[in-house]
Design a protein. Structure first.
Length: 449
């Protein structure tokens, strides 16, 4: 039996390869299949078919119809969404509590002079008769009435409810059988950067889907060896990793990935928008990178070139790890080929001296990346040449605490730079430490207004 759903988006979106689907609010759809973030749907009003994002639909007459209701969203992801550039002070959402089953929370973006953009959380309490309240002085029979009231007046909240939180549209789905693609299906539009092994372009696949295209200079790698490695790379799938879509295996080799509009983290931190980010957001971005690396760690991969230049940023300021050209699946360790080039200032001593790269050398690099983030893109070991860095590391030198860096964060860096690799923390530990960095100093919820 088909279920009837309401579409939550107010936008008209065209989805391929099927004909366009006009997904205005309150249009009813039936679903033929559901796969991942995108579902194949048919409008019962127009008969149009197409793929639609699952986050933009909800069962008719359910609470999920409301654009301000986010059913399964953690506190951390709530804060990331609300402080994204698409949202403003007064943006809000209601979500289910992580800690108390059946309880609800109201989360609002606020602007505090000393701290900048912050998110305040309020408990929504339930009455025995099914009503709701934040302050016991005024109660509501439905959540819709509660939202309507606080849209008119803050009445003790940090902000009047201004607009539902805007969420990012999922990436358009990529057909599983479109892996080795013809060069003719790609059109390069704008060169975004160039490096030792090639260039990166913004372009389009089949004229409609925006992608990033990485070119490899001829002779960089044998096509057969590249394809073998790419088949391993495409198995890495995580929200904190840039998604590999397809490859062109005839030289010059091309790698097609999802497009990240804010470019690399190194460049973004130097922009006007990046320079405005405060320590809590910088630490949150660090936690996102650690989350992606924890996934890589769990898959027995290594990255080998972890630095801010290889972290990409999207419109919601979500960070994703890119450039797995040097990442390889491992059993214990990967021996670097003699003469291989690697970035000295990000590289662990055992990798510099013996050419041995492990996940623990990635942890060292992550500590260096933390200095890049907290200094808005400063080059590590400022004023030192590569040979000077090598000599200093042989004397157990470590960079001093960057200006403005919290002491606890510097302690984390120093842990990443332990001389013995086995004494360095895991990425799983780093992820949890960074994600919980401010929990000890902030209240779980605001007081009742």
């Amino acid at each position: 039996m088909n279920l009837i759903f309401h579409v939550r988006s107010e936008r008209r979106v065209t989805f391929h390869p099927y004909s366009s689907l006009n997904d205005y609010i309150d249009h009813a759809c039936c679903f033929h299949c559901r796969d991942g973030d995108w579902w194949l749907a048919k409008s019962l009003l127009t008969g149009d078919e197409g793929f639609i994002p699952c986050t933009f639909v909800a069962k008719a007459h359910s609470l999920e119809v409301e654009r301000w209701f986010f059913k399964d969203l953690s506190r951390r992801e709530t804060e990331r969404l609300l402080v994204a550039p698409a949202n403003k002070p007064g943006s809000f959402l209601i979500r289910e509590s992580e800690t108390t089953k059946g309880a609800l929370s109201l989360s609002i973006r606020d602007l505090v002079a000393e701290e900048g953009d912050v998110v305040k959380h309020y408990k929504i309490r339930c009455l025995d008769n099914g009503g709701y309240y934040i302050s016991p002085s005024i109660t509501f029979s439905t959540l819709q009435e509660l939202v309507k009231y606080y849209t008119r007046t803050a009445d003790g909240l940090c902000q009047r409810l201004n607009a539902p939180c805007k969420a990012m549209l999922p990436q358009q789905p990529w057909a599983q059988d479109e892996w080795e693609i013809p060069r003719s299906t790609l059109k390069m539009m704008e060169r975004l950067g160039a490096g030792q092994f090639g260039e990166v372009w913004m372009g389009y696949y089949k004229g409609r889907q925006k992608v990033a295209i990485k070119t490899l200079k001829e002779g960089t790698m044998e096509p057969a060896a590249f394809l073998q490695e790419a088949n391993l790379m495409k198995k890495l799938k995580h929200d904190r990793l840039v998604h590999l879509h397809a490859v062109v295996t005839m030289e010059p080799i091309l790698i097609v990935t999802e497009f990240m509009c804010n470019g690399c983290l190194l460049d973004f931190l130097k922009t006007e928008e990046g320079r405005k980010l405060k320590i809590p957001k910088l630490i949150d971005m660090s936690g996102q990178v650690a989350e992606g690396m924890a996934y890589i760690e769990g898959k027995n991969y290594i990255h080998r070139d972890l630095r801010a230049a290889n972290i990409l940023v999207n419109e919601m300021l979500h960070c994703k790890i890119a450039d797995f050209g040097l990442a390889r699946i491992i059993e214990t360790e990967y021996k670097a080929q003699e003469g291989a080039k690697f970035p000295i200032k990000w590289t662990a001593p055992e990798a510099i001296n013996y050419g041995t790269f492990t996940i623990k050398s990635d942890v060292w690099s992550f500590g260096i990346l933390l200095t890049e983030i907290v200094t808005y893109g400063r080059i590590p070991y400022p004023g030192m040449t590569n040979p000077e860095v090598i000599r200093q590391l042989d004397q157990f030198y470590r960079m001093p605490c960057p200006e403005g860096c919290p002491e606890q964060l510097y302690d984390l860096m120093m842990g990443c730079w332990k001389e013995k690799p086995e004494e360095r923390p895991t990425f799983e530990h780093l992820q949890h430490t960074l994600n919980d960095f401010f929990i000890a100093t902030e209240g779980a919820y605001e007081m009742q207004p």
